[in-house]
Design a protein around this ligand. Structure first.
Ligand code: PHE
Length: 450
């Protein structure tokens, strides 16, 4: 992103710059770390299919709604919501959506940074040849001992957060986003290599049927809510980020087409990650329900046992850390933008304040893997609590409010012009007026009564 937000609210230099930033925010640990372990926990194909449905029927409409509102609001998320609500003759209270999004952003970044730290730590571990010849049991032990060491976790969390703060404070996020042009395709290529490795040496057939053989009976309320929450998480929705990106968007950009590009790329990377990981899981008799450690236990087995694996592993975790950084800067930036436009603090000051608050919260997450593992609220440790509260609660609720606002509280004529759909507008309108909001409600109610 370019220019000084305080005076003139700039626009993207090019459509490509905008897509790169949006993809950079969307593609990250959510695709490669979180998606596979959620697949594993929620019965594979049951999760896969509900997730795909959520992405298309709920994620895509909400992504375009956020851009549309942001483009009209031309400000940080909170003020954008307020401006657009006023333009439409509605209450300023709609700004609460922007505020809950910004809060969600702080909470997510705090634990995201801890996992980003794991990824950076694994650059060193993989590059040192540590994984050479290792079995699943051994890579599992490496992971467990990393978690057991609070100092190590805190150091890596601090490094990850420091790099994020530095990039945002220096205002060079655009440079990093442009780097995605090379890094994202490379990451996809690496995942492709891992899929081929899995197809040759792992239990590929078993993985395929785990991921794609329909098992409708396994879809329950919890799977639904997890899939819905993940659709929001992976597309960076419900947090004001996409609203903020929309505010830099020129009128000529086709919102739906751009949203489809982001959704397809994001989903493709996630599915590739699943295809890379599960053949290894089954070949090594690992537990599909291993949870957050799944990627960090499985992929090192592959790198430890393929030729050139030390270098490939090093590059892979570099790429993963890069993808995590392009997401974390988007998370931090949306909170910074608000502080910068609303307070006397400049960019560096705003970034430091927001960054330090997030870092402190992250310390609690890091410690919840070891010294504070017994600190539980509603049976969840701090890390799980933050994850569950944001993915299953704040994100879906803010997303819900955004589509309801667009569907029922904005003048539909101007939306029709902006979406440029011609005759297909009616179908699309039905999706964002009825399907997306009702989908979110059903999932919530199911969860309450289930
Ligand atoms: N979408 C990012 C990912 O999948 C995570 C993220 C969530 C980024 C929320 C920004 C906002 O890794």
């Amino acid at each position: 992103m370019t220019s000084n937000h305080k005076h003139t609210h700039a626009q993207w230099g090019s459509r490509l710059g905008f897509i790169l930033a949006a993809v950079g925010s969307a593609v990250g640990l959510g695709n490669i770390w979180k998606f596979p372990y959620m697949l594993g926990k929620s019965g594979g194909s049951a999760f896969m299919f509900t997730y795909l449905a959520c992405i298309v029927l709920i994620g895509l409409p909400i992504l375009s709604a956020e851009w549309l509102i942001g483009r009209r609001g031309q400000r940080n998320p909170i003020d954008a919501m307020k401006t657009v609500a006023q333009q439409e003759g509605r209450s300023k209270a709609w700004a609460i959506i922007g505020a809950s999004g910004t809060l969600g952003g702080y909470l997510i970044l705090s634990f995201y940074s801890v996992i980003g730290g794991w990824s950076m730590n694994y650059i060193v571990k993989a590059g040192s040849g540590l994984f050479s010849g290792m079995t699943g049991e051994q890579t599992g032990a490496v992971f467990t001992s990393m978690l057991a060491n609070p100092t190590g976790l805190l150091i890596w969390h601090t490094i990850f957060m420091a790099v994020t703060i530095f990039i945002v404070a220096a205002g060079v996020t655009g440079g990093l986003e442009r780097g995605s042009k090379i890094m994202m395709p490379l990451l996809a290529a690496f995942l492709g290599v891992l899929v081929i490795y899995g197809a040759n040496t792992g239990h590929f057939g078993e993985a395929l049927s785990f991921l794609f053989k329909p098992d409708w009976g396994a879809i329950n309320a919890d799977v639904l809510l997890s899939a819905l929450g993940h659709a929001f998480f992976t597309l960076s929705l419900g947090m004001g980020i996409m609203l903020a990106y929309g505010s830099y968007l020129g009128k000529e950009v086709n919102l739906l087409r751009s949203a489809a590009i982001v959704v397809i790329l994001d989903t493709a990377i996630a599915v590739l990650a699943g295809l890379a990981i599960f053949p290894i899981v089954f070949a090594n008799g690992l537990d599909t329900e291993a949870g957050p450690g799944l990627v960090f236990v499985t992929l090192p087995i592959a790198f430890g046992n393929m030729s050139g694996g030390t270098v490939l592993g090093l590059i892979f975790f570099l790429l993963l850390s890069f993808a995590a950084l392009t997401s974390s800067i988007s998370l931090l930036e949306s909170s910074v933008e608000f502080l910068e436009e609303r307070t006397r603090m400049n960019r560096v000051g705003s970034t430091l304040v927001a960054g330090i608050v997030v870092w402190l919260l992250g310390v609690a997450s890091a410690l919840s893997f070891n010294v504070w593992s017994d600190v539980k609220i509603m049976d969840l440790n701090i890390f799980d609590l933050l994850d569950v509260f944001t993915s299953k609660f704040t994100l879906p609720l803010s997303g819900f409010a955004i589509v309801v606002f667009m569907g029922w509280f904005m003048k539909q004529d101007s939306i029709r012009d902006e979406l440029r759909l011609g005759g297909a507008f009616k179908i699309w309108q039905f999706i964002y007026r009825v399907i997306a909001p009702v989908g979110v409600i059903i999932v919530f109610v199911q969860q309450l009564i289930g």
